[in-house]
Design a protein around this ligand. Structure first.
Ligand SMILES: [Mg+2]
Length: 235
């Protein structure tokens, strides 16, 4: 058996890894689909929304505000700028509700953080809107377990590199845990770190990627956070 790696830092993604997130976005999308129903099917309006979201990423980044703006933009485009003010209002109200969603921790989150915190430096590494994520973190009451909180505008290799430099971390002492193959797994493994994919039941299309080509000595999938301490042989 190979030597156990010398992992010192364990980083957690937040949305859909520590707490529910995607279902609230889907609820807002549903409001939009309903408004567009007289013009097209929900699948069609969702496909149009996805195009707008991807086009807006460089401008707005991730998070609830960006999402609400993309929905408004798509609704205006699909209605040839004839979207009734009442529908604009409905979208804005639902968008506000999204930023005020209840914070629901996923199963056993606190138990796992409590078990790992004495042995490793825990990091929270999440992307999205700063205010949005700060609010959620506060509601979660998990802040005390983390050595460092990093709210990133994106989670690509360059963003992780900056985090490593900032905290003086070597890639091979870093383990990332998250639900997104694109944001949490691929960039970290590419830099020489370790990654555990913990799938969530719903994933935004943009975050999905097949695990083809990932080395199994630095990548694994575990079905729930709770099983990480006993199933992950790196820690
Ligand atoms: Mg996530």
């Amino acid at each position: 058996m190979k030597n156990k790696p010398n992992i010192k830092y364990i980083a957690f993604d937040a949305d859909d890894t520590l707490w529910d997130n995607e279902p609230f976005y889907r609820a807002l999308e549903h409001v939009f689909n309903e408004i567009m129903l007289d013009k097209m099917t929900p699948e069609e309006s969702s496909a149009e929304l996805f195009k707008t979201e991807i086009a807006n990423l460089p401008l707005f980044g991730y998070g609830a505000k960006a999402y609400t703006l993309s929905i408004l933009e798509t609704a205006l485009r699909l209605s040839n700028d004839t979207l009734p003010a009442a529908s604009v209002r409905k979208i804005l109200d639902a968008g506000k509700q999204l930023t005020d969603s209840p914070l629901v921790l996923l199963d056993s989150v606190e138990e796992v953080l409590k078990a790992l915190a004495p042995k490793y430096k825990l990091i929270l590494a999440t992307k999205g809107d700063l205010l949005d994520q700060e609010r959620k973190l506060k509601k979660s009451r998990l802040e005390k377990y983390f050595h460092h909180i990093e709210i990133m505008s994106d989670k690509q290799t360059g963003d992780y590199k900056k985090l490593f430099q900032h905290l003086d971390i070597e890639a091979n002492e870093f383990l990332m845990i998250g639900n997104s193959m694109r944001s949490d797994i691929f960039p970290v493994v590419e830099l020489g770190g370790f990654a555990i994919h913990v799938p969530y039941h719903t994933t935004w299309k943009h975050e999905k990627m097949d695990d083809v080509g990932l080395p199994d000595d630095r990548f694994m999938e575990i079905d729930t956070l709770l099983n990480i301490p006993k199933e992950c042989h790196w820690i």
